[in-house]
Design a protein around this ligand. Structure first.
Ligand code: FES
Length: 176
């Protein structure tokens, strides 16, 4: 074993520390296949499923272990909207902007959430409490405009109800 092989092994060993055993096992399986690079997206899905988002350390580890250039891993992680590069808030707010909700004023509801939290879609509030997203349809059009928070559906939401809705979830944390 020469010096460069030693160095490579050290780098790979360090990279393995950044990922949980089940993802390492998956990568090991993928690396035995003919085109491990083609599994990059599925590996990133698993990493995000475990950590909730894709941190730099995990992206670098995936690049090393899959033998894919770091720039490519970063490019894929930033290209697809379903990958998150920052941690999610404690509560996910999903404002439906589908047609049925939009015609009932969902854009004004979304705007109020943005103002109250000081964030845009895809961002997390500074206190780490709320992340804000939008949807095309949450499947409950009869209740438009609909907002889903932490998996709970809130029907016929008006902009003026937004502060109380946020307070409800903040109170839940205080009671924990
Ligand atoms: S369009 Fe909003 S729930 Fe269907």
């Amino acid at each position: 074993m020469d010096i460069s092989t030693n160095n490579l092994n050290e780098v790979l060993e360090e990279s393995r520390k950044a990922l949980p055993a089940e993802i390492l096992a998956y990568i090991d399986t993928v690396m035995k296949g003919s085109e491990p690079h083609s599994q990059l997206i599925s590996v990133l899905h698993k990493v995000q499923g475990h950590f909730g988002y894709l941190a730099r350390e995990q992206l670098d580890a995936v690049a090393q272990l899959l033998r894919v250039p770091q720039a490519k891993v970063t490019g894929v992680a930033t290209f697809y909207h379903f990958f998150r590069l920052k941690p999610r808030g404690r509560f996910m707010i999903n404002v439906c902007l589908g047609t049925a909700c939009y015609v009932k004023g969902a854009d004004l509801v979304a705007q109020r959430f943005k103002e109250e939290l000081g964030i845009d879609f895809g961002e997390t509030s500074g206190d780490g409490m709320f992340s804000l997203e939008s949807s095309r349809c949450l499947g409950t059009c009869g209740l438009a405009p609909v907002v889903m928070i932490d998996g709970e559906v809130h029907p016929k939401v008006k902009p003026e109800r937004v502060p109380a809705l946020l307070e409800k979830y903040r109170a839940r944390v205080r009671e924990d």
